[in-house]
Design a protein around this ligand. Structure first.
Ligand code: ACO
Length: 345
């Protein structure tokens, strides 16, 4: 039998732009109110990157912290995975930029375009690379600067008030497994990724979409795309809301059940931070008490791919996620995409 490995999270790190914009401040430039935003979403503030700051800049800062936390040097990393919907360039992706800016060896570096499911899908991919022995030390970064791709005026207020900028990274290490007893499972205490589920339904694509730039436009992007608003993201909020609750609950239940677990066995659930009402409804459907769910949407809004690792970094800082804990992460996003991971932290 060829050598097998388990994927252990060695370090986490986060970076958010300094500029905090509260709902009250935002309502000076957009026709909205603190009450409208906070009652519907739980968001009270978000970070907004200054014009000209790039997503790869946030990614580098978060990744340096994750590498420090892991005690791993950039030269030891043998694969980079980046999740973002807001890259510096249409191509290449930020994975390559991150590899270069951190002075890594010429290792594989790629981006995934999984939107709000970026972390849960990226972790499943990183785990697959490690389990198969194709990578031993992976830097996985989720980063977004979305406030420059949104219409931050009253015209775009249904989306503009929900999103923010930020980044967070993790470092994963593959540990050789000598026997089946050393494989992480729900019924032992071996550290590592236990199981993952990724799901998707492109039938939901038009409900949360940014149409230009793209080949759906005859010129990739043209003046009409800008004038008629196709260069801004479009969202059918209520459809997204209903599907998010349904899919997040369903995928969490499936992952737990197939590992012989009940929600009560989980030490901490970290849901994607789209809307506090979505997190609360998923929590309620799973029957979890509030102390078993980590949310920080009130501070950062929806940072898309970065929400789950931003929560992980803060849960560790606050002592709510400790070595040996059973962690459940779950997300839903544009595509539609969804997924969940079960990890012995
Ligand atoms: N401030 C004030 N009023 C607003 C704003 C705003 N920022 N945005 C919209 N409104 C108005 C609308 O124009 C509408 O007015 P009208 O009734 O006169 O036409 C009214 O508020 C109600 O709008 P609705 O869209 O019906 O409000 P709803 O209660 O559905 O809440 C929301 C909207 C918060 C977007 C909700 O649908 C939601 O959270 N959906 C999930 C979307 C989401 O989380 N997306 C994130 C990306 S995907 C993901 O991460 C999973």
């Amino acid at each position: 039998m060829s050598q097998q490995f388990r994927s252990v999270v060695r370090g986490v790190g986060k970076y958010v732009p300094e500029n905090e914009v509260t709902n009250v401040e935002l309502s000076k430039t957009i026709d909205t109110s603190d009450a409208w935003i906070s009652e519907r979403s739980g968001i009270r503030a978000r970070r907004i990157a200054p014009r000209g700051m790039t997503t790869s800049f946030l990614a580098v800062e978060a990744s340096k912290k994750a590498l420090d936390d892991a005690g791993v040097s950039a030269k030891e990393i043998d694969l980079v995975i980046a999740a973002t919907l807001s890259p510096d360039y249409f191509f290449p992706g930020i994975g390559s930029l991150l590899q270069h800016k951190l002075g890594m060896n010429p290792v594989g570096a790629f981006d995934i375009r999984q939107q709000c499911s970026g972390f849960v899908h990226g972790l499943a991919m990183a785990d697959a690379f490690i389990r198969s022995g194709q990578a031993r030390k992976i830097l996985f970064c989720c980063a977004e600067i979305q406030t420059t791709i949104m219409d931050m005026t009253t015209r775009g207020r249904n989306m503009a008030v929900l999103f923010g900028d930020g980044a967070a990274s993790i470092v994963l290490e593959g540990i050789p497994i000598a026997s089946d007893a050393e494989r992480p499972r729900a019924d032992n205490t071996v550290r590592g990724v236990i199981d993952n589920i990724t799901g998707g339904d492109g039938g939901g694509a038009e409900n949360l979409v940014m149409r230009a730039p793209g080949t759906s436009s005859p010129d990739f992007i043209n003046a009409a795309d800008i004038e008629e608003g196709r260069r801004w993201p479009h969202m059918d909020g209520q459809t997204v809301f209903k599907n998010a609750i349904m899919r997040m609950t369903e995928v969490a239940e499936t992952l737990l059940t197939r590992n012989g677990l009940k929600p009560a066995d989980v030490s901490l659930m970290v849901p994607h931070q789209a809307n506090l009402r979505i997190s609360e409804m998923v929590r309620d459907k799973l029957g979890l008490p509030p102390e078993k769910v980590f949310n920080n949407i009130h501070k950062y809004g929806n940072t898309t791919a970065a929400t789950v690792p931003l929560c992980l970094a803060e849960a560790v800082e606050e002592g709510r996620l400790k070595q040996g804990d059973l962690l459940l992460t779950v997300a839903f996003g544009a595509g539609f995409t969804w997924g969940a991971n079960l990890v012995r932290w």
